[in-house]
Ligand binder design. Structure first.
Ligand SMILES: Cc1cc2nc3c(=O)[nH]c(=O)nc-3n(C[C@H](O)[C@H](O)[C@H](O)COP(=O)(O)O)c2cc1C
Length: 153
């Protein structure tokens, strides 16, 4: 037809690929876990203060501890997250920061904050390692500019 090599798209959204870029502020260990991942999980586990919103993650200490049965997470944790949500949204930021630093895979108080390069390292195993299903096809961390070029031939 027109000889164009693309399918006619004028825009695209690509999240996970740019999570694995040099410029992304994901914690380096989070990036490495993504490169090593062999599965993703659709769960509601990290729903403290944010209940009933399914999110896709790769496995870490918290998912190993709590997702032995239902991948959404234990029913009682989801119920507790629903009940405490109105309260959780009113907790002052400084107290929330302390709670994030205290978050552990063994404890059922798991919020939605992922590990960043300027944040506490405990979140690598106690926070959500968000990733789309295509994370399994990403093999390297590259400069964002290169990724854009590769996506726009
Ligand atoms: C680091 C990260 C954070 C995300 N945060 C959100 C969010 O806050 N709300 C949401 O609806 N989806 C969120 N997503 C999911 C993305 O919107 C998207 O559905 C998913 O990443 C699949 O698309 P992709 O293959 O382009 O990454 C997040 C994904 C990643 C990797």
């Amino acid at each position: 037809m027109s000889g164009r090599r693309d399918g006619g798209a004028v825009a695209a959204v690509a999240g996970t690929r740019f999570l694995l870029s040099d410029e992304s502020h994901a914690h380096p260990d989070y990036k490495q876990r993504c490169l090593d991942a062999s599965e993703t999980i659709l769960t509601e586990l990290f729903g403290l203060g944010w209940p009933g919103a399914p999110h896709r993650v790769i496995p870490n200490g918290a998912t190993h501890r709590w997702l032995r049965g239902d991948p959404r997470g234990p029913q009682w944790i989801r119920a507790a997250n629903r009940l405490t949500a109105p309260l959780a949204s009113r907790i002052p930021t400084v107290v929330q920061d302390r709670a994030i630093r205290a978050q552990r895979p063994s404890q059922p108080f798991l919020g939605p904050q992922p590990p960043t390069d300027d944040g506490p390292v405990n979140l690598v195993d106690s926070g959500p390692l968000y990733a789309g299903v295509n994370v399994l096809r990403v093999a390297d961390i590259r400069p964002a500019g290169e990724l854009v070029k590769a996506l726009t031939p």
